[in-house]
Design a protein. Structure first.
Length: 223
């Protein structure tokens, strides 16, 4: 006698489907795993690009600092030579630029040579570096908007925004101050003449701090 057929017993119908279902689960898990790997790779690529971006800014800031310091050495030498030679005959002036402008027509050939070197550093070193930094700031859509993480904690966004203002004023003064005025050699904003706002203090250290944090395992925050 044949065994009774139980109503609702679908065992004989499901069994052939189990391998198919298992294969589908494996396929789904494989697809999810592929998405996870791709997302991680995209995250790593973005992190690497952001780090390279900040390293470029750090390199530009170092170049700017080096050019400024070299120029300052020549500036101090020219100021010392003028004061030593003229002593009590120095005209009233404000700061280095005021001194150089007032005595431009009285400079000796050697002093004029130093003046030309100082001017060349402004024109061919500081100006292109400052323009490159401003281009970096214009292109940045990450660091200036940080609201959390190490960069935000050390105040990097506000310093970068202050740098933006400083550079725009510096370049504006350069265009009005140097090209048609050979007696001018320096473009300062925060000196005795107070023509603008100075370079933000602590910016170099803030950038170095954030770059150094990468080696300590602190990752960049996502937007």
């Amino acid at each position: 006698m044949a065994p009774p057929v139980l109503i609702g017993d679908t065992t004989t119908n499901i069994a052939p489907l189990l391998p198919i279902a298992a294969g589908a689960v494996v396929a789904v898990l494989g697809y999810v795993g592929k998405l996870i790997v791709e997302s991680w790779q995209q995250w790593r690529t973005r992190q690497t690009a952001l780090q390279a971006q900040l390293l470029r800014l750090q390199a530009l800031l170092k170049a700017s600092r080096a050019a400024f310091q070299v120029q300052a050495t020549v500036r101090d030498r020219l100021a010392s030579d003028l004061r030593e030679r003229l002593r009590s005959d120095l005209p009233p002036h404000k700061g280095y630029e005021g001194l150089f402008s007032a005595l431009y027509d009285q400079m000796t050939p050697g002093e004029r040579s130093l003046h030309e070197i100082i001017r060349a550093y402004t024109e061919f070193a500081l100006r292109p570096i400052n323009q490159a930094i401003l281009n970096w700031l214009d292109a940045d859509v990450h660091y200036r908007g940080l609201t959390r993480g190490r960069g935000a904690e050390i105040g990097l966004p506000s310093q970068l925004n202050a740098l933006d203002v400083h550079l725009r004023l510096w370049l504006a003064k350069y265009e009005a101050w140097l090209p048609k005025h050979p007696q001018h050699a320096l473009v300062y904003l925060e000196d005795e003449m107070q023509h603008g706002v100075g370079f933000p203090r602590g910016l170099d250290e803030a950038v170095a701090d954030l770059v150094g944090s990468w080696s300590n395992g602190i990752k960049l925050p996502d937007e």
